[in-house]
Structure formats: C-alpha cells, structure tokens
Write a protein that binds this ligand. Structure first.
Ligand SMILES: NC(=O)c1ccc[n+]([C@@H]2O[C@H](COP(=O)([O-])OP(=O)(O)OC[C@H]3O[C@@H](n4cnc5c(N)ncnc54)[C@H](O)[C@@H]3O)[C@@H](O)[C@H]2O)c1
Length: 313
C-alpha cells in the first residue's frame, strides 16, 4: 500500500513508519518539524526511519491549504494516517488559537485534500481527551462533547470534520482514540518521559494529584492497533486504542522508585484542564480488529526506563 503519514517525524508517526516499512509498505511523510519540542529529536526519529528503508519526506506546513491540496494531487496515496497535530493539554490553556490552527484547520486541509485527490482511506489520530472526565471504562459512543481543555475541544471538533468530509467524499474513515501513549522515543513533554529526564538529571519531579489514573498504552500496541485498523472494512468507525488497564499516578511513582530510589517527588495541586481518570473500554477494537494490547505496564515501563538511560548517556 502507498501510505502517507502526516506528522510522521513525531513520536507515534515515526514508530508507525518503521513498522510499515518493515511490512514492505511504501511510506511517505509530511511534517514541518514544528518546535513543539526539540527539532533535533524529530530529526533523530526520521534518521531511525531511514535506517529501516526508503521513505519520502516532504517538509511543509499542512496549514498551507493550497500546498496541501497540490501535494495530494501530485501523489496518489491509498491511505492517509493523519497524526500531525499540536498535542498537549496544559499549553492549550494559554494558546488555544494554535490548537484551532494545528488540530482543526490542519485536519480540514488534510481531509479536503484527501477527498479531492481520491484517497480511499483516512485514519485520524484522535484522543481519549474527547471523553472529558467520565467514569471509565469508556465506550466509543459515550463521548458527549463535554471536554475539559481547548486541546480536547479541538480534537472533538476535528472528529466532527472527519465525519463531514467522509460523508462528502465517501472515503473510508477510521477514527482512533489513543490513550496516553508511552515507550521508547516517548514525547518529551508527556509525564513519563518528563519524569525520566528529571530523574536522570537528579531533579525533583512534580505530580498534580497522586490519585489520578491514566490508561497508559505502550507504543508498540498503538502501532499494532493502527496496523489492524488499515484493514478495517466499514465505511466509518471509531475505536479506542488503549490498554484497558488504568494505572494510578501513585503506582507509577512507586514503580519508578524501583529504578530511582532517591527520587524527590513534589506533590502539587490538581491542574484545571486535566481529567482525573482515563480508562478505555477496548472491546470494540478487540472484536472488530483483533486488537489485543500485549505489553503490560511494568514491562513497558522497564523498557522505557532502559531506553531513557541509554538515550541520556
Ligand atoms: N502521544 C499520545 O499519548 C497521544 C494521545 C492521544 C492522541 N495523540 C495524537 O496522536 C498524534 C501524534 O501524537 P504524537 O505524540 O506522536 O505527537 P508529536 O508531537 O510527536 O507528533 C506530531 C507531529 O506532527 C507534526 N506537525 C504538527 N503540525 C504540523 C503541520 N501544521 N504541518 C506538518 N506537520 C505538523 C509535528 O512536527 C510532529 O512531528 C497527534 O494527533 C496527537 O494529538 C497522541
């Protein structure tokens, strides 16, 4: 298959690109190497992809509608996996307009360009944040728009545009709601990578409520879920991709203390915009796609700590 990954230089996109190349797909990437975190890290991620096989890298901003449409018309992609976005909950509180641009307008550009150029399948990387603060385990149908942050609102809005353009152009649409993804090459602004960097530097880590829990999902399981979704046959579906096993932050800290017994943990108050718990119901993905997460949290954390120590060195 000739597959385009938008945001392919990022954490999930680069891991996915490596796996798709290993499975002999033709892979192209569009990424503008945004400064949401170190550009050098994204360059390194691209180098990792290139080591696996040939990949076409197109460096431009998907916010440019004309360029995006022209690009899609020049290339005939079978499937588009749209992961380009500005992620992160807390920064969205201070810069909401950037999220409207990067998470909504960019998605509209990609959807229109895909539809106009006759792409047959679009997969959209959405987020557990669209559920707001609901008691889990959450099923796909219970997202009700009552979200907690501008990031989540942008993702929920982008999902609606996906439905609109699916209806207008008739491509096959799969919306995948990822639950807190972690693992080697994890996004540096997220809790586990951030904690590991601080712990390796001997700095204190700050947590904003020990009783919060997150449905941490290992990167390989997410990549596997995306793979399986490529073979999904229905016209329009939404799937949770999570582990289905939430971990309390106090348990995360306890496990980290096994590796960093001298860790200095500073308790802070809960932050507006965050949700208290995430917990996925993954029965639909299991049944329809055969998605079964394989990496338990303790093993995933062990691999992540090992990677972080080597990377830090
Ligand atoms: N990592 C998670 O835990 C998680 C959870 C839920 C949803 N998601 C979603 O999954 C997707 C990938 O997340 P990630 O963690 O890999 O993030 P990431 O920041 O590592 O990757 C996103 C990539 O998109 C690129 N990009 C952003 N705006 C662009 C634009 N206008 N033009 C071209 N490229 C652009 C960035 O340069 C970056 O390389 C995002 O849509 C995110 O919202 C991630």
């Amino acid at each position: 298959m000739n597959i385009l990954i938008t945001g392919g230089a990022g954490f999930i996109g680069s891991s996915l690109a490596k796996s798709l190349l290993k499975a002999n797909h033709e892979v192209s990437i569009i990424d503008h190497f945004s400064t949401s975190y170190h550009v050098e890290r994204k360059m390194e991620q691209v180098e990792q992809i290139k080591r696996i096989g040939p990949v076409a890298i197109h460096e431009f901003d998907l916010l440019d509608e004309e360029k995006t449409i022209a690009h899609f018309n020049e290339h005939s992609y079978d499937s588009v996996i749209h992961l380009a976005a500005l992620p992160g909950v807390q920064p969205s509180l201070t810069d909401p307009h950037a999220y409207i641009d990067q998470d909504i307008k960019v998605t509209v550009n990609v959807l229109r360009a895909a539809g106009l150029s006759g792409v047959s399948q679009v997969l959209f990387g959405s987020s557990s944040s669209v559920y707001g603060d609901q008691e889990g385990p959450v099923t796909e149908s219970i997202a009700n728009g009552k979200v907690k942050s501008p990031y989540a609102a942008a993702k929920a809005g982008a999902e609606s545009f996906c439905h609109a353009y699916q209806s207008l152009y008739g491509f096959k649409l799969t919306i995948l709601r990822f639950f807190t993804v972690y693992g080697p090459w994890g996004r540096p602004d997220m809790a586990i990578p951030l904690f590991l960097t601080k712990l390796l530097n001997g700095e204190p880590i700050h947590i904003y409520g020990r009783h919060q829990s997150r449905d941490f999902t290992y990167i390989d399981d997410i990549v596997n879920g995306i793979f399986l979704a490529l073979n999904q046959t229905n016209q329009s579906e939404i799937y949770n991709l999570g582990s289905g096993k939430p971990v309390r932050l106090e348990d995360l800290i306890r496990l980290l203390m096994n590796y960093f017994p001298d860790a200095n943990v500073v308790d802070e108050t809960f932050r507006a915009g965050d949700v208290r718990h995430t917990w996925s119901n993954i029965e639909k993905a299991k049944k329809d796609l055969g998605y079964v997460p394989e990496i338990g949290f303790e093993e995933g954390l062990r691999r992540t700590v090992e990677w972080a120590k080597n990377y830090h060195d």
